[in-house]
Design a protein around this ligand. Structure first.
Ligand SMILES: [Zn+2]
Ligand SMILES: [Zn+2]
Length: 335
């Protein structure tokens, strides 16, 4: 089968990914063999390709927004079987026994493992995944539309929870790609006024079309004080801007797995009046299930830019340059 691997982590311009041939994997105990129908391209893949996140396995295949069909079920699998349409997301396994797992915080498990980082992901024609960590998908979404729900959607939803947005509140969103455009729709459906800050003209257009209350450049001041804010752009320089835009008692959640350095903060200007700055780390399976149900109920509109599997490197370069509208999605069928 065809599979991309991170050959030599570095800037996308240098071509860190290589398209290779590898045997179709065999499902082990508790695992499913899944034929990839679509795989979304997430900013985390870019951080893996560029070496911002150190590799956990040599020459691993990225991709953790996989919509696929189960073709074989390994011994001991109980949830899914051949013919089922399933989603494979970022969280690929936890120990299930540490204090975080036992407290319902498996996203913080020190022994958690990830699709496309510890295990080969979906920039390929097949992959294996743990039956216990694979998701059922909501009806009403094509394979391409369902793919971005699996990380962009789930993480965006967790970021929204972590941002503590009150009902009918005022939410600021910095960066407006795959994740933000889904989280914004959930917030708007819950009655929030969503203010979007992005440098991309195309993203500003998308935000307007989805019902954002206001749309402006990344560095513009907020039109009103915010209850909550989410930083989706991996740009630490924006943290002070987000904090400054908060009302008293407001919360800024940083959604990404990677952020450039945060500049020096001023207590009075950025944090005093009980403003809160917090991170978002992966997600629990509970978050994923809750979001996927919600996505079906709200009929979220997923904006997709398609690429054939053979052009995964082009998709990543476009993502790096903010040339992707909504979410980039790879198709092994067209490639
Ligand atoms: Zn654990
Ligand atoms: Zn992701």
């Amino acid at each position: 089968m065809r599979a991309w691997v991170v050959e030599d982590p570095g800037p996308v311009a240098g071509g860190p990914l290589r398209l290779t041939d590898r045997p179709v994997p065999q499902p082990g105990p508790g695992q499913l063999l899944i034929r990839v129908l679509r795989c979304g391209v997430c900013r985390t893949d870019l951080h893996l390709a560029e070496g911002d996140l150190p590799p956990r396995a040599p020459r691993s295949t990225p991709g953790h927004e996989v919509v696929g069909e189960v073709v074989e079920a390994g011994p001991g699998t109980v949830r899914f079987g051949p013919g089922d349409r399933v989603g494979v997301a970022w969280l690929a396994g936890t120990d299930g026994s540490c204090r975080y797992c036992r407290a319902g915080q498996e996203n913080l498990c020190p022994r958690s493992v990830y699709t496309g980082w510890d295990f080969h992901g979906g920039y390929a024609e097949y992959l294996t995944a743990a039956d216990a960590y694979v998701h059922a998908l909501p009806a009403g979404f094509s394979d391409a539309e369902a793919a971005p729900l699996l990380c962009a959607g789930i993480i965006g939803y967790r970021a929204l929870l972590r941002a503590e947005l009150p009902p009918g509140g005022r939410l600021g969103i910095w960066g407006f790609g795959g994740s933000a455009h889904l989280a914004a729709q959930v917030a708007i459906a819950q009655g929030a006024a969503v203010h979007v800050f992005t440098r991309s003209a195309e993203a500003r257009e998308l935000a307007r079309g989805l019902g954002a209350a206001s749309v402006q450049d990344s560095w513009d001041p907020a039109p009103e004080a915010l209850d909550s804010a989410i930083l989706f752009a991996p740009v630490g320089d924006l943290v002070p801007a987000g904090l400054r835009a908060l009302d008293r008692g407001g919360t800024l959640a940083i959604a990404g797995i990677y952020l450039t350095d945060i500049p020096r903060l001023n207590y009075e200007e950025h944090l005093f009046q009980e403003r809160t700055l917090r991170s978002v780390t992966a997600n629990t399976r509970g978050d994923a299930e809750e979001f996927l149900r919600l996505a079906g109920r709200l009929r979220l509109r997923v904006t997709v830019t398609p690429y054939p599997l053979d052009q995964a490197d082009v998709a990543l370069a476009d993502l790096a340059a903010d040339r992707v509208s909504g979410a980039a999605v790879l198709s092994p069928l067209a490639g």
